[in-house]
Design a protein around this ligand. Structure first.
Ligand code: UGA
Length: 433
């Protein structure tokens, strides 16, 4: 099938190359020439395991190409809209400018019978509003939200937990075309939900709101654990054995960040308020507040371990990305804590296996170094803020002779306290005695 993917950022680049891998002929279109050139030479402009190999394979096979020329969408039957919907600068609502611009750009190249498929995360009601423009030229609109996780994006696209098609009632044509697009996904027995526009839009934000709530729930328990001497990691294990609760996404620590969860819960609240249903989502304000409090708590813990004064202390920060296997630092709790400590006068030396360049763009004033060992040199305290495999595997003996004071703060509950304490270190973590 001939498919166009408009917007070749994180979502679009992965989607386009995954569809090419699934056997389609795909053209990825983006207005950013630098991004297009990079993708066309099989270089992902961001770190995503497996993506460079997938790009190389599908580009070489001739089933994938990238261009800035929108007219190349002509001839494709299905057109995916995969542009970003960031938070507006002056409010919590989502900024739909890129979605609207993408639609304006594709409409002149549509032929009757084509289907435009929205993948971007949008406020409920958007598809209904945008459909008019598409239907006016005899094409159809469908909404097919994306659930991929950074770090697992290719796997989540080729083998997702479910597919959701939001279509106009009775629009069997769009369903049939989407079934053809995802034929090899459906052949794996992956469930698909066919529904209306509003439900499809809501599924996406509801899923992210649930995940954010689950994380903030366990972080709220961490707050209580901190004043009672309880251990939140054991609490999570124990409640997680209840299959109705489940252990996944119950890792207490610095909380959630990234380009999705924080902006999606805020955008969801903003949209619900516009619709007069703001009360239903008031709890998400609390979810957001609990999440942000964890960063403050980490700074307080650091101050405590440093004997009350952050100013002038040498602080090693291991991890800047919002989570491991990603170079994304959008709303990253780790980068935020590093920056706060620097603002309070600490001599921060920060490192990350992938996110130094992205961090530098956002926080050029921080001091970045290449390795954990370098960061830890003469440190008064070492902070692990992103649970990269290589940080989880650090043996205390690797840092013993490097640091000035043997003190480690585990912001992600990813280290073994016994191992560190037995090696003579002060070990502190969020939600643990
Ligand atoms: C999230 C969702 O998980 C995807 O399903 C969704 O498609 C995506 O947003 C999106 O809307 O595009 P992602 O932002 O890649 O994916 O990251 P997650 O794996 O969900 O992690 C989010 C944050 O929560 C990270 O900062 C992570 O460190 C934190 N987290 C996660 C915890 O603090 N504790 C946990 O137990 C799990």
């Amino acid at each position: 099938m001939k498919i166009s993917v408009i917007g070749c950022g994180y979502l679009g680049a992965v989607h386009a190359s995954s569809l090419a891998k699934l056997g389609h002929e795909v053209v990825g279109i983006d207005i950013d020439q630098v991004k297009v050139d990079s993708l066309a030479s099989a270089h992902a402009p961001f770190y995503e395991p497996g993506l460079p190999e997938l790009l190389a394979e599908t580009l070489a096979a001739g089933t994938l190409e990238f261009t800035t020329d929108m007219s190349r969408a002509q001839g494709a039957t299905v057109h995916f809209i995969a542009v970003g919907t960031p938070q507006q600068e002056d409010s919590n609502a989502a900024d739909l400018r890129f979605v609207e611009a993408a639609l304006d750009a594709i409409v002149p190249y549509l032929t009757p019978g084509d289907v435009v498929v929205g993948k971007s995360t949008v406020p409920v009601g958007t598809a209904e509003r945008l459909a008019v423009q598409i239907e006016a030229v005899g094409a159809q609109l469908a909404w097919n939200p994306e659930f991929l996780r950074e770090g697992y994006a290719v796997k989540d696209t080729i083998s997702p937990d479910r597919l959701v098609y939001g279509v106009r009632s009775g629009d069997e044509h769009s369903v049939a075309l989407l079934d053809e697009v995802y034929a090899s996904v459906l052949a794996q027995g992956i469930p698909r939900v066919i529904t209306d526009f509003a439900t499809a839009e809501l599924v996406k934000v509801a899923a992210n709101a649930f995940l954010a709530t689950k994380i903030s729930f366990i972080n709220a328990m961490a707050e209580v654990a901190e004043v009672t001497g309880a251990d939140v990691t054991q609490l999570a294990d124990a409640i997680g054995y209840d299959q109705r609760i489940g252990r996944r996404f119950l890792n207490a620590g610095l909380g959630f960040g990234g380009g999705c969860l924080p902006k999606d819960i805020r955008g969801f609240m903003a949209r619900a308020s516009e619709l007069g249903a703001g009360d239903a989502l008031n709890f998400l304000g609390e979810v957001d507040a609990i999440n942000l409090r964890r960063r403050e708590r980490m700074v307080d813990l650091c101050r405590e371990v440093l004997g009350g004064t952050i100013e002038g202390a040498r602080v090693a920060v291991l991890g800047l990305a919002f989570k491991p296997d990603s170079d994304d630092v959008r709303d990253s709790p780790a980068l935020d804590v590093a920056a706060r400590l620097a603002e309070l006068g600490a001599d921060v030396r920060a490192t990350d296996p992938q996110a130094i360049e992205t961090s530098r763009r956002l926080r050029p004033g921080l001091n970045y170094v290449d390795s954990a060992r370098e960061a830890a040199k003469d440190a008064d305290v070492v902070l692990v803020l992103t649970e990269w495999r290589e940080y989880r595997a650090i043996d205390p003996s690797e840092l013993d002779s490097v640091v000035s004071v043997r003190a480690i703060l585990d912001g992600r509950n990813c280290l073994d306290p016994v191992q560190w304490r037995e090696a003579g270190w002060t070990y502190r973590a969020l939600g643990r005695p």
